[in-house]
Design a protein around this ligand. Structure first.
Ligand SMILES: CC(C)(COP(=O)(O)OP(=O)(O)OC[C@H]1O[C@@H](n2cnc3c(N)ncnc32)[C@H](O)[C@@H]1OP(=O)(O)O)[C@@H](O)C(=O)NCCC(=O)NCCSC(=O)C[C@@](O)(CC(=O)O)C(=O)O
Ligand SMILES: [Mg+2]
Length: 300
C-alpha cells in the first residue's frame, strides 16, 4: 500500500529475475539498487535495466525507489539524470550530507524543469551512513523539501567509525536514537538499517523491535523472507489495540460525564496517553489490523 513504509526491500538493479517479481512479496517499498549490490562493470547495464523496468512494469501500489550511486562519482550523476526521467517515486541518496542533498535538489529541479510537464517533485530518501551525517542530521533533513524519509546505514556507519557491527547492535544505539528522533522532529519516516543474516528470523525480529522501540517507523530488508517478520514486529499487538480502545472509550465516557481525569485498570489516563492510543489505532488501521470505526464510535 503506497503511504506506509514499514518494509523497504532492496533489489539488486542488475538482476532482471528479481526485479520482475519484486512487488509480489508484499513489501511497502522496493529499492532498485544501483550502488553496492552492483559491480562497477555492471553499472551501465543495471541503470538501463532499472530504467526499462520503471517504464514497462506495473509494480502496483508498491512504492518504487531507486538507490543511485554517490553523487560525487560519475556513476551517481549519470544515475540521477536517467532516473529522474524514468520517474520512480523516490531517489535513495547514499553517503548523504546536507551539502550533497542541497546539490542533488538543485540538479533534480533543473532536470525536472527541462523535462517539463506536470511532474510531482521527485522525493528523496537519504542514507545516514557516516559520523558526519549523524552529527548534522537536523540540518541534513532540512536540506531539501523533497525528503520524505531517511534510512540508517549501519554497515557503512560502523565502517566509518572503524568499529565492529554486531548482531546485538549496541554500537548503533546512539545513531539509531539520534536519527529516529530527528526524523520525528522533521516529520519524515525513519527507516532502520537492514539485518544482514537472511536465515536468522529470531535475530531479525529482535533487531527490528530494537529499532521500533527508539522510534523507527520501518526497516529495510534484503531478502523477501524478512518482510513478514518486519511487518509482524511493526503491527500493533492485539493487547495494545485492546488497551488503546479501552482508553479511548474511557476518555469519551469521561467527556460525556464532564470529568477531566479518568482511570483505566487503575492507571490514570491523561492527554499524552490518549494521544498515544489514538496514534496506535491510526497505525493499526493503516496496516489493516483494526477498523477505525470502533475508535470513532467508542465501540470495542
Ligand atoms: C542475499 C541474496 C544474494 C540471496 O539471494 P538468493 O537467490 O541466494 O536467495 P534465495 O533464498 O535463493 O531466494 C529465494 C527467491 O527470492 C528471490 N530473492 C532473493 N532476494 C531477493 C531480493 N532482494 N529481491 C527480490 N527477490 C529476491 C530469489 O530470486 C529467489 O526467487 P526464485 O528464484 O524465483 O525462487 C539476495 O537476497 C540479494 O541479492 N539481496 C539484496 C542484496 C542487496 O541489495 N544488498 C545491498 C543493499 S543493503 C545495503 O547496501 C545496506 C547499506 O547501504 C546500509 C548500511 O550501510 O548498512 C550498506 O552499506 O550496507
Ligand atoms: Mg551503505
Amino acid at each position: 500500500m503506497k503511504g506506509l513504509r514499514r518494509s523497504m526491500l532492496f533489489v539488486p538493479g542488475n538482476h532482471p529475475g528479481m526485479i520482475q517479481n519484486a512487488d509480489i512479496y508484499g513489501s511497502d517499498s522496493i529499492i532498485f539498487d544501483l550502488e553496492d549490490a552492483v559491480s562497477l562493470q555492471e553499472k551501465d547495464s543495471a541503470r538501463l535495466l532499472v530504467k526499462h523496468a520503471l517504464r514497462k512494469i506495473d509494480f502496483g501500489e508498491t512504492e518504487r525507489v531507486v538507490r543511485i550511486n554517490p553523487l560525487d562519482t560519475g556513476c551517481g550523476t549519470q544515475d540521477l539524470k536517467m532516473m529522474v526521467a524514468a520517474g520512480p517515486d523516490a531517489l535513495m541518496i547514499p553517503k548523504a550530507t546536507a551539502r550533497r542533498l542541497i546539490e542533488a535538489d538543485l540538479m533534480v529541479g533543473e532536470i525536472e524543469a527541462a523535462l517539463g510537464g506536470n511532474r510531482q517533485p521527485l522525493a528523496f530518501i537519504p542514507i545516514i551512513e557516516s559520523a558526519v551525517a549523524v552529527e548534522e542530521i537536523n540540518e541534513l533533513l532540512k536540506a531539501s523539501s523533497r525528503i520524505v524519509a531517511a534510512l540508517l546505514g549501519g554497515e557503512d556507519l560502523t565502517a566509518d567509525l572503524g568499529i565492529q557491527r554486531t548482531k546485538a547492535g549496541d554500537e548503533l544505539l546512539y545513531a539509531r536514537s539520534r536519527v529516529a528522533m530527528a526524523c520525528c522532529a522533521c516529520g519524515v519516516d525513519a527507516i532502520d538499517t537492514p539485518y544482514a543474516d537472511t536465515m536468522d528470523d529470531e535475530g531479525l525480529a529482535k533487531d527490528t523491535a530494537k529499532g521500533k522501540t527508539v522510534g523507527f517507523t520501518g526497516k529495510a530488508a534484503i531478502h523477501p523472507l524478512q518482510i513478514e517478520v518486519i511487518h509482524r514486529v511493526y503491527a500493533p499487538s492485539e493487547a495494545e489495540i485492546h488497551e488503546a480502545r479501552q482508553i479511548i472509550r474511557a476518555m469519551k465516557q469521561a467527556e460525556r460525564e464532564g470529568k477531566g481525569a479518568v482511570a483505566v485498570d487503575g492507571r490514570m489516563v491523561d492527554a499524552p496517553i490518549i494521544l498515544r492510543a489514538e496514534k496506535l489505532l491510526q497505525q493499526a488501521k493503516a496496516m489493516g489490523v483494526h477498523d477505525m470505526t470502533d475508535n470513532v464510535n467508542g465501540g470495542a
